[in-house]
Write a protein that binds this ligand. Sequence first.
Ligand code: 9MR
Length: 347
Amino acid sequence: MLGALGTGAVSYLTPLAAYAKTPSVIPYGAAVRTDPLYDDPAYKKAILDHCQIIVGEGGLKWIDLRPDRYSFDFTQADRQLAFAQEHGLEMRGHTLAWYAAMPDWTETIASPEEARLELVTHIQTVVGRYKGRISSWDVCNEPIAELPTRDAPIRDSIWLRQLGRDYIELALRTTAEIDPGARLVINDYNFEQANDTGRAKRKAFLDLVRELKAKDVPLHAVGLQGHINARIPIDRPGLTAFVAELDAMGLGVLVTELDVIDDALPAPEAERDAAVADFAKQYLEAIGEACKPEAILTWGISDRFTWVPIWFTRSDGLPNRPLPLDADYQPKPMMQVIKDFARSFDQ
Ligand code: 9MR
């Protein structure tokens, strides 16, 4: 049996890439936290009822894997993968090269040679361990600057400081070398915003992707995170044109981290949930006008576990409601939007 979105004859074990070629299914997934997968039966049931894919909200980040320069701690990622395999779910890998969630010791990386060694060794070890079991990687996460300019389009990080923008190519080539079967993704956010940030992000991202393609760097798909800020309108034509350009370059498109930042939305739940669903709908429709996404993942499944209040607590003190299930795992209109969108591609 497929999960809630599944209608086509695709088994749980079908690699992500194959879904893209199957006309009737866009698999749905969610970012997961490790402990409740095992300790909270209602959380586990929600994941199994709805998802074909999981991705660790943490676990494969440097801060989780690399307590020090010389060791790796795979505890969380192994538990997530064991869950995925036990239940026939895909697991995506997030993430190999990112500016954030880095352990302090990485700040002591002091030369290009050292940076190259650390990045390559990390990727060899992590991708090598999960080869054939994690079939899609966010190799590079959020490479574009917060407000990219012509002179500084790439975000500051230890990798950029030591290796320049070639760190992106290095990460992609190393991942491809270690697991030639893996689907390699660059993942970033704020592309949908109808403002200068949105426009600049789209341009800088397209420039980067064009450069990588021109150099024949292995890159198969792009991840549009979709942390939609409800204070900012969605630039539907801008987003559609952007996705159309990516699609024309032969790249797959995944929605990787969908949620709606609701701190500025009205308090009443029904009204707020409707607005959240509408933002998700506009976002997905704008993408869908240009291509059929390979997958849709939300960043968490239930309002019970979400990163949003870390940065976007509401001034009225009410809990955020950014995700497709409420805190008691009941579906909200956003879940229906995702299902309807996926079904709109059925033949
Ligand atoms: O949701 C994640 C949160 O629990 C972590 O503390 C944080 C730092 O590792 O990362 C959050 O996830 C981010 C993701 O990795 C990349 N895109 C933005 C996500 C939300 O901040």
